[in-house]
Design a protein around this ligand. Structure first.
Ligand code: HDL
Ligand code: ZN
Length: 436
């Protein structure tokens, strides 16, 4: 099956050509070509390598029952959430296809993404039903399908989100883990850092001497837990998603204590960055389950305090509120141990990606990481990275055209160096991750 509208990355041109000074009218084409031919490192996803079996999601039914589409479905259907949750996965996918793709035009970012995936595999995008798509995906073997999908997406590597306390994922790590060369682990600490009241007993049951108040030996024991999972997962970084109400420091809060006394010292000892993703308002509508989270403006003085108090730690930070983006970029100017990344979740829409990326370029040059996919279903990387390249090309080209107009020389070589930094070497420098 060959990809149709979405091109796979191609090899670069000759060195003489790439050193040639570009005219203004040549810049957009060169930027588009460099973006199309440069493989990205996708630094935050919810994808899993084949070793994890069924918790690795792929195929048309999983694409359609993505929680972004479930949110949109309830706005275009009379089906109540309670009725929807009683349906089978295929019935849910059929209902979403009918409401969002047949009865209405799929012009939202997430619905158009499914169209782009179908089109990339040469499948019909206006079918009344999903039979042909189900036959196609059902006929794929996951190993070769992953290779094909990542090749079409132009992603050399995918960074997973791995929760050591997740009962579905844990058995895989306890029986040897995974070694797919394109998938890389991250220790996700939500259940430890803000889920401590509900999950400390799981650590205790595994032999770590912790208690509900994280007192006594708890801090040392959490660090032993992290060291044990570092050995198992070989993670590229540690991560946590934090609510819009997150404050640091906060003497009353176990999250703050565990972060400063256990997690950040372990990150320094193990040489790992800490990813903080801040601004979720969890379960504003629990009836929608995973689709029930929303967004809130956070107090980013927490980031200021963390970067200043822990200058030896490296922070990867993404914030969910559009209103927080400018101050995050300003903080990155103040602290070089702060790496802003991505246009996360409700921000991953061209109109907002453009605004965020332009202000980051104007304030930070190329010292940030523009995007991650946050993909939960394998084939989403195809549209998410296609859209990122399509949205970023004119923004980057505009930056070079301004630079040219102000007197600099622009070459493909310089564009390639900058795109490599944005989508590869900034992350590699932060994490020590090296191409094989
Ligand atoms: O916490 C996170 O990593 C978020 O990305 C959530 O998983 C969210 O549900 C999501 O999928 N966003 O894209
Ligand atoms: Zn995520």
């Amino acid at each position: 099956m060959t990809a149709t509208s979405i091109k796979s990355p191609r090899k670069n041109g000759s060195s003489a050509a790439s050193a040639r000074r570009l005219k203004s009218e040549q810049i957009l084409g060169e930027v588009q070509d460099v973006l199309a031919s440069t493989q990205v490192i996708d630094i935050h996803t919810h994808l899993f390598s084949p070793a994890f079996g069924k918790i690795g999601l792929w195929g048309i039914d999983k694409l359609l029952t993505y929680h972004y589409l479930e949110s949109e479905f309830f706005r275009s259907s009379d089906t109540t959430p309670e009725e929807y949750w009683k349906l089978s996965k295929t019935e849910r996918a059929d209902a979403i296809w009918q409401a969002l793709f047949v009865e209405n035009s799929p012009i939202s970012e997430s619905t158009r993404g499914v169209v782009a995936v179908l089109d990339a595999f040469g499948l019909p995008t206006n079918a009344s039903g999903l039979q042909e798509a189900r036959r196609f995906f059902g006929a794929q073997s996951i190993q070769s399908h992953i290779r094909k999908v990542l090749q079409i997406a132009g992603a050399s590597d995918v960074v997973m989100t791995n929760d050591p306390l997740d009962p579905e994922e844990r058995p895989v790590w306890m029986s040897g883990g995974q070694n797919h060369p394109q998938f890389h682990a991250v220790i996700r600490l939500d259940r430890i850092l803000w889920g401590w009241p509900q999950h400390w007993q799981q650590l205790a049951s595994e032999g770590y001497a912790v208690d509900e108040r994280a007192s006594g030996k708890s801090i040392d024991e959490v660090r032993r837990f992290l060291a044990d999972w570092h050995k198992r997962m070989r993670p590229l970084y540690m991560a946590v998603s934090l609510a819009d109400t997150f404050q640091f420091p906060d003497e009353r809060c176990i999250t703050s204590k565990l972060l400063s006394d256990a997690v950040l010292p372990s990150c320094r000892e193990l040489g790992l960055p800490m990813s903080l993703m801040i601004g979720v308002r969890r379960q504003v509508n629990p009836r929608l389950r995973l689709a029930g989270d929303a967004v809130g403006k956070a107090d980013l003085r927490s980031i200021e305090n963390l970067c200043r108090e822990f200058p030896e730690n490296r922070f990867l930070v993404s914030v969910l509120s559009r209103e927080n983006q400018h101050e995050l970029a300003v903080y990155a100017r103040k602290f070089n141990n702060l790496m802003p990344f991505g246009c996360w979740w409700f921000l991953n829409n061209p109109s907002i990606v453009e605004e965020i990326t332009r202000e980051r370029i104007e304030l930070l040059g190329t010292s940030f990481i523009p995007q991650h996919s946050d993909a939960r279903v394998l084939e989403q990387v195809i549209y998410k990275w296609h859209n990122t390249r399509r949205t970023l090309a004119p923004i980057l080209a505009n930056a070079y055209q301004l630079l040219l107009a102000d007197g600099a020389e622009i070459t493909r070589q310089k564009i390639q160096r900058d795109v490599n930094r944005l989508f590869r070497t900034n992350f590699q420098k932060w994490t020590g991750f090296r191409d094989e």
